[in-house]
Write a protein that binds this ligand. Structure first.
Ligand SMILES: [Fe+2]
Ligand SMILES: [Fe+2]
Length: 343
């Protein structure tokens, strides 16, 4: 029946629309259950920074030896294995959060992590281009050191590619809380790494860069912790051993940038580590802020102690890390399926 104002009221009543099969991003909604996420998202907006505003012109390649330039480029290429995979990793997590109707501020927080990671990835690219144009892989190596760097980076990215395939498959397989325990490990690691390097670097451009990234990573850590506090209490005890294993996987994966890679998961030629050490030595020598082997080990141990304390709250065992003399549960060898953490 058409009313005077033009509105049509069907005689038999309105027809209900078909139920949208889930997961799906529709229907749209803006539910807020935990306002804490809104606060963090507002903070993320206020703390935005622009990598192009950094005084890159003050980073003059001629201030460094050829060895130092390739060493620093190598360090950023290693960092990029983690930080430059952040944008697609969190973009996928954002889509996942929309499809599974996470409350609005959680989706916004995931988006803000994606936004930040694009900045980190941009910074890696800028530093690399400045030091070795065409790097990390699209340059013609002319010395043995350059050939070693080029080869190591291509092996590293072979492993990054394996990680990406595993990640893409794992999304949707586990509840967000399980996934975010891995992410949390990555954020603890990265906030520790950048804080240490911001203190140690002798170059003002790097100090500014590492300070910005470190602040972003600490905020990502707050997001992870909020999410875990919200979701862990309701989760099944069966998932706990899986998380213990993932924490060990986090150690195996992230040690490549935090310390040195252990002999699990990584597919690398036998000369990789020797050349990695030489290149890292040149980066350290250049004043980039790379900590010594022992300082890195101490920092990593400290960060793992923080993670152990955090997961204790939810009754999750911490895995043994014999490489750093950290006691815990033996979870056996780590393989590809276990690797989820990102920066
Ligand atoms: Fe990052
Ligand atoms: Fe992060």
């Amino acid at each position: 029946m058409t009313r005077n104002d033009g509105l049509v009221i069907p005689e038999g009543g309105f027809q209900p629309a078909p139920v949208i099969p889930q997961p799906n991003i529709f229907p749209m909604e803006w539910r807020v259950e935990h306002p804490k996420f809104l606060e963090i998202y507002e903070r993320a907006k206020l703390q935005q920074w622009n990598p192009s505003d950094l005084p890159w012109d003050d980073l003059s390649p001629s201030d460094f030896t050829a060895e130092q330039r390739i060493g620093m480029m190598y360090w950023f290429a290693v960092l990029a294995n983690f930080d430059a995979s952040g944008p697609p990793v969190f973009a996928q997590a954002t889509v996942h959060a929309y499809e599974h109707h996470q409350e609005d501020p959680v989706r916004k927080c995931f988006f803000s992590i994606t936004r930040d990671e694009v900045n980190h990835e941009e910074a890696c690219g800028r530093a690399i281009q400045k030091l070795i144009p065409g790097g990390p892989l699209d340059f013609e190596p002319t010395t043995d050191l350059e050939r070693a760097a080029h080869n190591n980076i291509s092996w590293l990215y072979h492993n990054g590619g394996r990680y990406w395939n595993g990640y893409a498959a794992s999304l949707g397989k586990y509840p967000l809380a399980v996934l975010f325990t891995s992410f949390m490990m990555g954020e603890v690691a990265s906030s520790t790494l950048f804080r240490g390097m911001a203190d140690q670097t002798t170059h003002p451009v790097f100090r500014e860069l590492f300070t910005h990234i470190g602040r972003d990573e600490s905020r990502h850590l707050s997001i992870c912790l909020q999410l875990l506090d919200k979701d862990w209490p309701g989760l099944d005890d069966d998932l706990k051993p899986l998380v213990t294993r993932q924490l060990r996987a986090g150690f195996v994966f992230l040690s490549m940038i935090l310390w040195e890679p252990p002999n699990q998961f990584w597919e690398l030629p036998d000369y990789y580590l020797a050349n990695h050490r030489v290149l890292m030595g040149h980066a350290r020598d250049a004043g980039l802020g790379v900590l010594s082997f022992e300082e890195q080990a101490d920092n990593w141990r400290l960060a793992l102690g923080r993670v152990a304390k955090i997961v204790e709250r939810w009754g999750i065992d911490f895995p043994a890390i014999p490489e750093l003399d950290v006691a815990g549960v033996d979870v056996g060898d780590i393989d590809l399926e276990d690797i989820i953490p990102v920066f």
